[in-house]
Design a protein around this ligand. Structure first.
Ligand code: LLP
Length: 421
């Protein structure tokens, strides 16, 4: 599934030793594998070959420009949710026509920016936004291609914080208002209605909610067409889960694509899909070093030099990431149960509780697997910790694709007002 394997006793990313990278770059750092990214893209794309499909990679999962460019070189477009993400996509060389702009809160400034860049499609999430977009487009004397993002009121049965398709969620236009919204879109100027879009959540590990939502949306396309709307595109969002843990294996990209192909092929639409995690999740690891192992009468804590500011998923979503030692475990190794924690001053700065791991000591390297999506992008500088760097490997080559910021750079963002000096 990925290209992180042990070689001569040490974990390697493709042909590059993680130990060597750690010595060169320092820890913590994220490391991505080009071969894994490309393989995941190709496997995913292969599933959709029976229908004209544009894969718009959801940049929010990992928006490093090198990652975007790797996928863009394979043909990916981009699903963006901010002006900054549109900038990143363009900088990575994504064709503007392959960019879709999603999100519940696009400002007028962001709309204008994206219109000037001639992006392919806006996914409009409210009647209010529709009106704003029409006004902004009119003021620039351009036409915006739009899809209305509908909320199918289907629970994706994933983590509550990343479930988006229930009627009480902030996303999309409620089913009861969809028809009026299309009528609005027809009435307003400067809008070209091209399609319907939806997205029901992330890390979805069952096909049933996808099927329920997509059936509703396919029915909607048929209805809209009979009412005279020329619906030529259907954007089904992202959300396919990845295996973080061996006990919960999500449907394969092939099964997911088969479901979509069966439902969508008769419509003869151009399909857009917005995968994020499934493309880059397993293509990245977070490498960290053990600062010390604290043994108390109650627990054993492996305190590592990565914190919740570097990988927030465990504390934010109670997410599981497999943790592996960078030095291959040999037969005689003693295992013990421990809590793996970061140095941040919060009780919640915990990556794993009661995790059985080979006995660790100061200086040992460990790696969090499946950290390529929603890892580095969600990192911050809480506790005045430096933003974590990123490295990309390609065969025997590697490159730092985001350098570790220095303390000088970090502190320079703060300005002391004149009255304090
Ligand atoms: N399209 C839209 C409109 C989205 O909102 C998202 C994700 C995607 C596509 C891509 O979903 P994916 O294929 O990656 O599941 N930070 C959370 C995940 C947030 C997902 C937000 N939206 C996590 O770490 O699990």
């Amino acid at each position: 599934m990925d290209h992180f394997n042990y070689h001569k006793g040490w974990l390697a990313a493709e042909d590059v030793s993680i130990k060597t990278l750690a010595e060169e770059i320092g820890t913590p750092f994220y490391c991505y594998s080009t071969a894994t990214l490309v393989r995941h893209y190709r496997v995913f794309a292969e599933g959709f070959k029976e229908i004209p499909t544009q894969i718009c990679y959801a940049l929010k999962a990992n928006s490093n420009i090198a990652v975007i460019k790797t996928l863009a070189n394979e043909g990916a477009g981009a699903d963006c949710v901010s002006e900054g993400e549109v900038m990143r996509a363009l900088k990575a060389g994504v064709d503007p026509k392959k960019i879709v702009f999603s999100g519940v809160g696009k400002s007028r400034g962001e709309m204008a920016f994206a219109l000037k860049k001639k992006i392919g499609q806006f996914n409009v999430e409210s009647r209010e936004e529709l009106k704003m977009l029409s006004e902004v487009a009119a003021s620039l004397s351009v036409t915006a291609n739009i899809a209305i993002r509908v909320n199918p009121d289907v629970d994706a049965h994933t983590n509550d914080k990343i479930t988006t398709g229930r009627k009480t969620d902030k996303f999309g236009i409620g089913w009861e208002e969809v028809k009026e919204t299309y009528a609005d879109a027809k009435r307003y100027g400067s809008l070209n209605v091209v399609g319907v879009s939806t997205h029901i959540g992330s890390q979805i590990t069952d096909l049933a909610p996808f099927e329920a939502a997509f059936k509703r949306v396919v029915g909607l396309v048929e209805e809209l067409r009979t009412e005279g709307y020329a619906i030529k595109r259907l954007d089904l969002g992202g959300g396919l889960g990845i295996p973080y843990h061996h006990t919960k294996i999500p449907p394969s990209p092939a099964d997911y694509a088969r479901l979509i192909t069966t439902l969508v092929k008769p419509l003869q639409v151009e399909l857009i899909v917005e995968p994020g995690r499934v493309l880059c999740g397993n293509a990245g690891i977070l490498v960290s070093r053990v600062i010390l192992v604290k043994r108390t009468p109650h627990r054993t804590f492996a305190v590592i030099d990565a914190g919740m500011n570097d990988l927030i998923r465990p504390t934010l979503y109670s997410a599981h990431h497999d943790i592996v030692p960078v030095e291959e475990v040999l037969n005689k190794k003693v295992f013990e149960k421990m809590d793996v924690v970061g140095p941040v001053c919060e009780t919640g700065d915990v990556f794993a509780r009661d995790r059985e791991l080979p006995q660790l000591k100061e200086g040992d390297l460990i790696a969090f697997r499946s950290a390529g999506a929603y890892g580095a992008v969600m990192a911050g500088t809480y506790n005045t910790r430096l933003l974590v760097p990123e490295v990309m490997v390609n065969g025997e080559k590697h490159a730092v694709i985001r350098a570790r910021e220095s303390y000088k750079q970090l502190l320079a963002h703060d300005k002391v007002p004149g009255w304090l000096s």
